[in-house]
Design a protein. Structure first.
Length: 356
């Protein structure tokens, strides 16, 4: 039988009952003061456990990793206890779930950070635009450039968060190195103007990502670690002078780890056409390839059949359709997700989408 979205596979040590992955989706529905996942969050993930794999919403590794309101965290004992309920519920339904490790870097604001400190970044470059805070929309601020001597502390936070994720029962972790957050800020030369060993050449801009990855792999095992990249996504004011050269280099360098998978956002999330050869990344990477952005059943099956991708991550379709796998299987109509309830709020637009 031909391999398609419904065929089992594995990503490193993680076995999947099908090739439909629930993409990481920020939903901003954790309590402001603790970041501890609640019963409502458990239900949300449990409802979607028929996906071959769930990647959790991006989850801050430390208090300095926060950049949006109402995010869950993965750095306190109470958060671990909250996430344990999520992983137990997903596992009880036969699902698999990895946690996405997140540090936002400059995509933050003093009002979201401990003691109202400035956000940190590779370079003191203010992103254009505004962000959503507890006080409403405000302009981004100029971040503080990190000293090289501070980087081991951030790596230690990634390691601690990974240990917390494993203690919480996750099947693995995904390193969020996409969408203009801290690790991506180091990679791309629009946001990294450093003149030390962490800026300038491709080797230097990739150094921090590789150090973070190495440290995470040492505690989790490479076969439980995936990574997400977004080579040409301009979201969060990101640019690079030569994305193809940069990301070919990044992916080739990542091959040294034998990671469970590479997860690629194949374009501009805003929908603008951008020239980039994603097939080249697929070819260069030695492990499993997860494709994301605008896929549906037809395009997903075609990408798997042609060998372009091993698994497909679906985002918005999983918001509106907890039983997306069952619906795709029989070509049932899909619920349309309500964009007004993507971020923040309560159960409405979160755990009340009907199944077949
Ligand atoms: C949309 C809104 C808030 C966060 C990302 C974590 O782009 C996000 C995100 C997206 O990766």
């Amino acid at each position: 039988m031909a391999i398609d979205l419904f065929s089992p596979t594995h990503l490193g040590a993680i076995s999947l009952k099908n090739r439909m992955v629930m993409a990481p989706l920020t939903r901003s529905r954790a309590p402001k003061d603790t970041g501890v996942p609640q019963a409502m969050n458990v239900t949300y993930y449990e409802q979607r456990a028929t996906a071959g794999l769930i990647v959790t919403e991006a989850t801050p590794i430390s208090a300095m990793g926060h950049g949006y309101p109402f995010l869950p965290g993965i750095y306190t004992d109470a958060q671990v206890a909250g996430w344990k309920k999520v992983t137990a519920a997903v596992h009880a339904k036969g699902g698999k779930i990895v946690l996405q490790l997140w540090h936002v870097g400059r995509i933050s604001h003093p009002s979201l950070l401990p003691n109202n400190v400035l956000p940190v970044a590779p370079s003191a470059i203010k992103p254009a635009g505004q962000l959503y805070t507890y006080e409403g929309m405000v302009d981004f601020v100029e971040p503080r450039a990190l000293e090289a001597s501070e980087l081991p502390g951030i790596i230690a936070d990634y390691v601690h968060a990974t240990q917390c994720a494993l203690a919480a029962g996750f099947d693995g972790v995904e390193i969020h190195a996409a969408n203009g957050y801290l690790l991506d800020q180091f990679l791309r030369d629009g946001s990294n103007k450093r003149t030390d060993n962490y800026g300038g050449s491709l080797e230097n801009r990739t150094r921090f990502l590789l150090e973070v990855t190495k440290a995470i792999v040492e505690v989790a095992g490479a076969d439980k670690v995936g990574i997400r990249l977004s080579p040409v996504n301009p979201f969060n004011d990101m640019t690079d002078s030569n994305p193809q050269a940069l990301f070919n280099y990044v992916v080739s360098a990542l091959n040294q780890f034998n990671l469970a998978y590479l997860h690629v956002i194949e374009g501009d999330v805003g929908g603008k056409a951008v020239a980039f050869d994603f097939a080249e990344l697929r070819k260069l990477f030695k492990g499993a390839y997860m494709a994301n952005l605008g896929y549906d059943k037809t395009r997903g099956n075609a990408a798997i059949a042609s060998g372009h991708a091993d698994v497909i991550a679906f985002g918005v379709p999983f918001i509106g359709n907890p039983d997306l796998v069952a619906r795709y299987k029989i070509d049932a109509p899909l619920n349309v997700a309500d964009a007004n309830t993507f971020y923040g709020g309560a159960e409405q637009g979160y755990i009340d989408y009907p199944t077949l």
